[in-house]
Design a protein around this ligand. Sequence first.
Ligand code: FES
Length: 118
Amino acid sequence: MAVRLVARSELGEAGVTVVATAHGPLAVGVADGRPFAVSNRCRHLFASLGEGSVTDDGCLECPWHHARYDVETGRMVRGPQGAAFRVVRDMVRAYTNTAFPLKRYPVIERDGVLYLDD
Ligand code: FES
């Protein structure tokens, strides 16, 4: 059964939002023109990814330390930014991609509205 998530027109400039679902809160948006729904918690320090933004190159960027995710794979493609995380940046990315990539959920779009395709 398809469950309504959000309309494209409701996304705003960030291109992503948080939607409460039966799976818990998901980060739902559009990247590179394609709708997506993924786990909402950043794998670094658990920021709400739906409060982040979609970058020009189609990544989902965390609002806290600007790690970036490929929403097609759930993998972290850039670790947390800032001097405090320089030493652990690659390690965070490695453990995320090995053990905790973002979970992806199937999304369909009808008439500009995104639905979870459960
Ligand atoms: S909480 Fe997301 S990069 Fe730190």
